[in-house]
Design a protein around this ligand. Structure first.
Ligand SMILES: Cc1cc2nc3c(=O)[nH]c(=O)nc-3n(C[C@H](O)[C@H](O)[C@H](O)COP(=O)(O)OP(=O)(O)OC[C@H]3O[C@@H](n4cnc5c(N)ncnc54)[C@H](O)[C@@H]3O)c2cc1C
Length: 206
């Protein structure tokens, strides 16, 4: 799995401050660190719409289609995903869940064998003249993919609220965790480490 932050609004937290201060006409209160104070107040008071002025774009690759199916349920976002209509899966790669790797032995063999059989069937269907858009019907959820996602900061906070939680599925939790860390580096007030620990249910480890 690779998660890269390829674009983010320049001076995102300053932009959020500027938008917030427009509401209160409080530009005279701006100083070197005032964006941190104001953003904390905005978030605490639920004035979340101001966060929508900043956005980030990620490339996520080497993840399963099971993962992206969950990701694209988040509607306040834009997506571009590798197509299984236009890109042939000549040698598809697949995700092996850690729990399955731990089981190993025959169970892991069974899984790998099935993936190899699926590849053979896919190739045979293609050789028989089926288009990739139809041959792909045999491909598994485990098949890896690549997706570009753009979300604004408000939508991202909502995404993290749902997908960093201990109740979320492991693969999307991992992706969310990497996305969060990348954002903490550029917008540490909106995406603070303490919030991440709270959302991940790890607050007590501090
Ligand atoms: C632990 C977990 C288990 C899940 N299990 C399942 C499952 O078994 N089956 C399943 O189908 N899904 C499941 N989901 C997906 C879930 O139902 C949501 O589709 C997904 O998490 C996206 O959340 P969202 O709609 O809040 O986000 P977004 O689509 O990004 O929307 C963000 C917010 O905008 C508002 N909004 C967006 N669209 C509308 C609208 N049409 N009307 C009103 N308000 C709107 C809402 O406030 C929403 O919270 C699961 C999610 C989690 C985290």
């Amino acid at each position: 799995m690779t998660v890269s932050l390829i674009r983010v609004t320049e001076n995102a937290e300053r932009l959020i401050e500027e938008a917030g201060r427009t509401c209160y006409q409080s530009f005279d209160k701006a100083d070197d660190t005032s964006h941190e104070r104001l953003i904390k107040v905005l978030i605490k008071s639920g004035h979340d719409s101001v966060l929508e002025h900043a956005a980030a774009t990620f490339v996520i690759s080497g993840v399963s289609r099971a993962l992206t199916h969950q990701l694209v349920r988040h509607r306040i976002a834009s997506y571009s995903q590798k197509s299984q209509r236009y890109c042939k899966e000549g040698q598809f790669e697949y995700v092996i869940p850690d729990k399955l790797k731990e089981l190993g032995g025959n169970t892991l063999d069974l899984y790998n064998k099935l993936m190899a059989e699926i590849q053979c069937t896919y190739d045979s269907l293609m050789q028989a003249g089926l288009k990739a858009e139809d041959a792909r019907f045999v491909l598994p959820n485990a098949c890896t993919t690549e997706i570009v996602v753009t979300m604004n900061f408000r939508a991202l906070r909502h995404f993290f609220h749902e997908r960093l939680a201990p109740t979320a599925q492991w693969e999307i939790r991992q992706v969310a965790s990497e996305m969060y860390d990348l954002l903490t580096a550029v917008a540490p007030t909106v995406f603070s480490l303490s919030d991440k620990l709270k959302l991940s249910g790890k607050e007590e480890s501090l």
